[in-house]
Ligand binder design. Sequence first.
Ligand code: PLP
Length: 462
Amino acid sequence: MGNLFYYYDRYNPGELPRVVVEPPGPKSREVLNKDHELLMQSFVRWYPLVVKSAYGVVLEDFDGNSFIDLNSGIAVMNVGHSHPRVVKAVEEQVRKLIHYSLTDFYYEEVVEYSSELSEVLPIRGRKKFFFGNSGAEAVEAAMKICKGSAEGRRPYIIAFIGAFHGRTHGAMSLTASKPAQRRGFQPLLPGIIHVPYPYPYRCPFHVDAEECGEAVIGFMEEWIFRRMVDPAEVAAVFIEPIQGEGGYVTPPDDFLLRLRKLTSENGIKLVADEVQSGFGRSGKWFAVEHWGVEPDLVTMAKAVASGIPLGVVGGREDIMRLPPGSHASTFGGNPVALKAGTEVIRIIREEKLLSNVEKVGRYVMERAREWMDRYEMVGDVRGKGLMIGIELVRDRRTKEYARRELEAFLTKCFKRGIAVIGAGFSAIRISPPLVISQELMERSMDVMEEVLKEVVREHSSA
Ligand code: PLP
């Protein structure tokens, strides 16, 4: 058993965050300028944070500043940066075996990891796994598995508006959270149908939050399946149980169960994309567990191997049956990543991370709900565990997105040593490493509240 707050050996929590030079300082700027000169700038960077090193929940830049990390870069470092057990496992594995392609050969690390993962995957009975290197690759594989298992009889896939499933062509065809993600890349994959996601605060059907899930299911039955596509032609429904990039949106409590019923009745596979919501982030191993739903397939990446690239599809054995030669990846299931992954599972279990997530997550929700009472700009607070969205609006009644206000908020937080980003159009995305202590979370919330007050003041007088 390790120490949950292992980073306290190196940092005194009372001294965090620590800003000695306004970021980005001169040394960070050097890296930043070279980055702009050398890299295709197809990313959206929220503010100029240049990370030199990271440990636990602390990021250090090149100018001596220490930030509290509320991003986990992004939702990846769930067990904390450079967790000593992960570092040890990786070091040992690098000396033993770095690579020997699973496409053609066998090794033990993948079997060890698969049996460890089977114990936590929220699917009963026999299951199997496929390994790639990223979330998008896991989604690509899952699409092929669902179509392949239907042997060509089900050419359609349903996804949700607001979803983010990745940026490769197939995954991008499912993604629909911002037009920039798709602009200029048409034609995308044919046969993808998008339906509204039950976003309780902004229900596309203009019904009350708790009725939004039922309205979405009704729309699928009445308008999609009755008029557009026979459900017998649909291979799968892909869903993020909690939408990530789309705004950290939690669906109404009855929604996933209703969706499971609808898909089961029509022989449609339900794929839970847990790339962001998985691995303890929501306070359970997987977010679907909050609603007692059993998907057919689960896609995973991000936090699975604590920053070493690994994408995974886990699913029912009778579905995971693509024929030889039909799918593989040279690097997929790299032994170093798998060793890190095995350690991640053991750390979450042995160090009881889920109870820390529950405790600290509850504190964040309570505190953010107080903000709602105090600041008109805080329109909605939602989430599970340490996957929390705090949506800022210009006007409580019109719910106009407070985009500029969000940008100002994030930049000011950055300048004060809190690294936090947005999700959707105007939500603050709270997604710290799951090993964050209550004390550091309180300090972060204190700084964020000060910043929020400032933003409210500046923008109401603007
Ligand atoms: N699926 C979800 C739910 C995600 O949040 C992401 C990335 O943010 C992806 C898939 C794509 O993962 P990757 O960026 O590793 O390809």
